[in-house]
Write a protein that binds this ligand. Structure first.
Ligand SMILES: [Zn+2]
Ligand SMILES: [Zn+2]
Length: 309
């Protein structure tokens, strides 16, 4: 049984809601790094293997899950007279670009590293650019304080994530170049980590409140809170609560993009019930994200951004 990519299979057993499924599919380090490499041009097994230094068993399992979840599709090619197959992004796979772009932008701005991550270059203005996150409905810039996050009443609980997905593997991760995103992968490369931080963005602060809202085990919760304090995205207050730092609040666009992708694909297309909604308070609309260039103000498109040197 494939554990991570059950979009179609899940229609038979509708357990998780749209965002729960989105988290289950995307909030995994290897999955995100494989997708990132696909955006950078990888189409063949050997290219991922070489770029990521990933084990055969992990790579095969993740590629299979991504094909099952319809984020990648196989495509035949001939090599040395033999028929083989490569992989390419589907429409729902290509639509992950906003999540990867905001993840990159956060890592670039908020982590210090010996070898800097390449800039994002905006083709339209030709300059290295940062991302400004706006509401597509009214055009205003948005952050966590301008929005309200709501769990839809009666929607499936996120605690199902624990049953459906294995614990994260703390295997060896890439240590060089564009795939070295250690901070961002703590934020979004782990299902429970992403869920805990998402709850913090909605205003949850106390240990018991995280526990009851998420249905998370105390061990897993302690571990993720400790990691987030070490990473500087949460601080512990005197009352034993956890508050977001500026660095933590800056992860909002990553979460907003994950929620939007989940509404569109597991939600609208696959029919999973909407479990979490982000609303822009100023205009009252459900948040659809517009990512724009901090240099020229134009909206980014998938084809208009590329990594520089
Ligand atoms: Zn708005
Ligand atoms: Zn620009």
């Amino acid at each position: 049984m494939v554990r991570t990519g059950q979009v179609r299979g899940e229609q038979v057993q509708p357990e998780l809601g749209a965002v729960g499924r989105g988290l289950g599919l995307l909030a995994d380090t290897w999955t995100l790094l494989i997708l990132q490499r696909a955006f950078l041009g990888a189409t063949r097994y050997a290219e991922w293997r070489e770029a990521l230094g990933i084990s055969d068993s992990t790579l095969s399992a993740r590629l299979r899950a991504l094909v099952d979840a319809e984020l990648l599709e196989t495509t035949p090619y001939r090599e040395g007279g033999r028929e083989r197959h490569g992989y390419r992004l589907t429409e729902r796979g290509r639509d992950v670009w906003t999540l990867l772009l905001t993840t990159w932008d956060w890592e670039k701005r908020w982590t210090s590293r010996e070898v800097p991550l390449p800039d994002i270059v905006h083709r339209a203005c030709g300059r290295p650019a940062g991302v400004v996150t706006c509401c597509a409905s009214c055009g205003a810039p948005v952050g966590p304080r301008d929005t309200e996050v709501r769990r839809e009443p009666g929607s499936p609980g996120l605690e199902l994530l624990a049953r459906r997905h294995p614990r994260r593997t703390r295997g060896r991760l890439p240590t060089g170049g564009m795939s070295f995103l250690p901070g961002a992968m703590e934020i979004v490369g782990d299902r429970w980590g992403a869920t805990v931080l998402g709850a913090a963005l909605t205003g949850v602060q106390s240990f018991s409140c995280f526990e009851s809202v998420l249905g998370i085990s105390p061990e897993v919760l302690s571990d993720r809170l400790r990691r987030f304090v070490e990473l500087g995205v949460l601080v512990r207050t005197g009352e034993g609560a956890y508050r977001l730092t500026d660095k933590g609040r800056a992860t909002f666009p990553i979460h907003a993009c994950l929620v939007e992708w989940s509404h569109r694909w597991p939600g609208e297309v696959d029919g999973a019930p909407i479990d979490v909604t982000i609303r822009h308070l100023d205009c009252g609309e459900v948040l659809r994200v517009r990512l724009q260039c901090d240099r020229c103000g134009a909206a980014f498109t998938r084809a208009s951004v590329h990594p520089g040197r």
